[in-house]
Design a protein around this ligand. Structure first.
Ligand SMILES: [Zn+2]
Length: 265
């Protein structure tokens, strides 16, 4: 099986390169089969390096162009070009020049890619539920604006990630989302929301609430000035589609990690 890239129709094809790689086309084995792009969960580093090279060749960039940072479920955003220490901890990256290719890792968390075609600024983020609540997506927009972007021009694609069908959470998580975002339509799915819920997997719902991270992310982006019609918030669910995607909820750290990428061309 070859490498397959999920791409978003809202992101510009002219002047940018981007993709959300699926799991096929790499050399890792077992639950990490095969295009595992993350090094932190114990895969053979040589396999990960090979996978990153295969991806770069497929996408048409040099592996040395990749800029990736350690994600910590935080809200810090790195502007490419600033001094960067090894293992720097940033969940977001922004860039306004040709050359660097930004990487954002995720396996159920949302990889988010950003582009302002007029200002020629791009961004990438990793957003788990903690980073989502804390506003990582809005922070990326803010840093893009510092580089000349305008919120109403910024295009945003949410990548393959855990959907509301599978993201079962405890009441304490629901409380954090409600405290940060208020009552949003569709944010909570399940008994706590008083809505009907049809479980897709044995053992999930309707005993517990499910959160729709896409609804939360869209609201945060809109509050940051991003136009709703420029947000692609309908990615596939990583936990549902095991043939295409890695999923932490499904496989734990024995599984693989995806890496979305974006760069200016
Ligand atoms: Zn699902």
């Amino acid at each position: 099986m070859s490498i397959r890239l999920h791409v978003s129709p809202v992101l510009p094809t002219e002047g940018f390169t981007h993709g959300f790689p699926e799991r096929t086309g790499g050399v890792s084995t077992g639950l990490r089969s095969s295009l595992n792009l993350g090094k932190r969960w114990g895969d053979d580093v040589a396999n990960v390096e090979r996978n990153r090279t295969l991806l770069a060749e497929h996408a048409g960039y040099d592996p040395g162009q990749l800029v990736a940072t350690r994600h910590v479920h935080g809200t810090n955003v790195y502007k490419v070009g600033e001094p960067l220490v090894t293992d720097a901890e940033f969940d977001g990256l922004v860039c306004d020049r040709v050359g660097p290719v930004l990487g954002a890792f995720a396996a159920d968390c949302i990889p988010i890619l950003f582009a302002d075609p007029e200002a020629r600024v791009c961004g990438a983020a990793h957003a788990g539920w903690r980073g989502t609540v804390a506003g990582i997506a809005a922070n990326v927009v803010t840093r893009m604006v510092e580089l000349g972007a305008r919120p109403e021009r910024v295009r945003v694609a949410l990548g393959p990630s855990i959907g509301p069908c599978c993201f079962e959470v405890g009441p304490e998580v629901v409380a954090e989302f409600r405290a940060a975002l208020g009552e949003l339509t569709g944010l909570v799915v399940g008994p706590g929301a008083g809505s009907e819920f049809r479980p897709l997997h044995p053992g999930t719902g309707p005993r517990k609430d499910h959160i729709d991270l896409r609804v939360a992310t869209r609201a945060i982006l809109e509050r940051a000035g991003v136009r709703r019609d420029l947000i692609d918030d309908r990615p596939p669910c990583t936990r549902c589609e095991g043939d295409r995607f890695f999923s932490y909820r499904r496989d734990g750290i024995e599984g693989g990690v995806h890496m979305a990428f974006i760069g200016l061309t």
